[in-house]
Design a protein around this ligand. Structure first.
Ligand SMILES: [Fe+2]
Length: 162
């Protein structure tokens, strides 16, 4: 599967989960959807950091990618706070709103700059190969179970772009 198609599909999934979390007032449903969101964002960011961004690195893209890594770090810090909170805590939804704004901004930046640059830089065959590598990594991460639990250990600093 083409890596860009995969990332974009997941962006739509994430947007849908934010909408659904904001729409529900049921504690159990909110917690369950947040757990799914945190797992999806954990895997998505690790795949980008470890596979996709390094593959996109060039003189032209480096600045944008470093900014994207900082945005991941910011999102992970908010996610780590949220993972520690009761979903019915009054501050929970306020933090969800801040996370949503940060993630939507990041997705917009990726879809406007990083993904089009990647398409030009890498070409279809390479994008398919990267997509396949991402599928393998995804299975590994999901087999370990509860990928969200890796987030708190990733809030000190962003990984290097290599
Ligand atoms: Fe990203």
């Amino acid at each position: 599967m083409n890596a860009i198609d995969m990332l974009m599909q997941e962006h739509r999934l994430v947007e849908g989960l934010f909408e659904a979390i904001e729409a529900t007032h049921d504690a159990g449903a909110r917690e369950q959807m947040f757990t799914e969101l945190a797992d999806v964002l954990a895997v998505h960011s690790m795949l980008e950091e470890n596979v996709f961004y390094p593959a996109c690195k060039s003189e032209d893209t480096e600045g944008t990618l470093l900014e994207a890594l900082q945005e991941h770090l910011q999102a992970k810090r908010l996610l780590a706070d949220l993972l520690d909170m009761d979903p019915m805590d009054e501050v929970f939804m306020a933090k969800i709103s801040v996370l949503k704004a940060a993630v939507l901004h990041h997705v917009d930046q990726e879809e406007r700059e990083i993904l089009p640059q990647a398409r030009r830089l890498l070409g279809e065959d390479m994008l398919m190969a990267i997509g396949n590598e991402m599928i393998v990594r995804r299975v590994e991460l999901e087999m370990k179970g509860e990928p969200r639990l890796q987030i708190p250990s990733q809030t000190e600093e962003a990984p290097a772009l290599e």
